[in-house]
Design a protein. Structure first.
Length: 129
């Protein structure tokens, strides 16, 4: 799959820092994805949740502290055990639930979660357009 607007990851130890600070384990697949495509926009950008169809994935969240929109602005979710890694066109967040590794959509307007799938590999594999 093609990715555009990638921002090179400036610090590979950022994953370890997040894991220690927020007591979460970042899946190795997510680490690889962010290392290659940090902040990028995927060519295939549609996904379904259990309750909705054809959500639009805007981009991956940057893991660079220096970038304006980065993972640390979602610290409250990290503290709750969710690892946000992508954002939709309407500002909802695609997260990994650190407890069970499910990929879930965080609906920011009503602060609820909608399950997408069981793991990040499946999420990326099933993106479509």
């Amino acid at each position: 799959m093609e990715w555009k607007y990638i921002k090179p990851l400036k610090n590979n130890s950022i994953f370890e820092n997040i894991e220690k600070t927020y007591n979460v384990e970042i899946p190795s697949y997510l680490k690889e994805l962010i290392t290659k495509y940090n902040g990028g926009r995927p060519e295939k950008n549609l996904f379904d949740t259990e309750k909705s169809k054809e959500r639009v994935l805007q981009r991956l969240i940057s893991f660079n502290k220096e970038d304006k929109a980065n993972i640390f602005i979602y610290e409250e979710l990290l503290k709750r055990g969710y690892i946000p890694f992508a954002i939709t066109e309407f500002g909802d967040l695609v997260c990994i639930n650190a407890k069970n590794k499910n990929v879930e959509l965080y609906l920011h307007e009503n602060e609820t979660f909608d399950k997408i799938c069981d793991n990040i590999e499946r999420f990326i594999e099933t993106l479509f357009n």
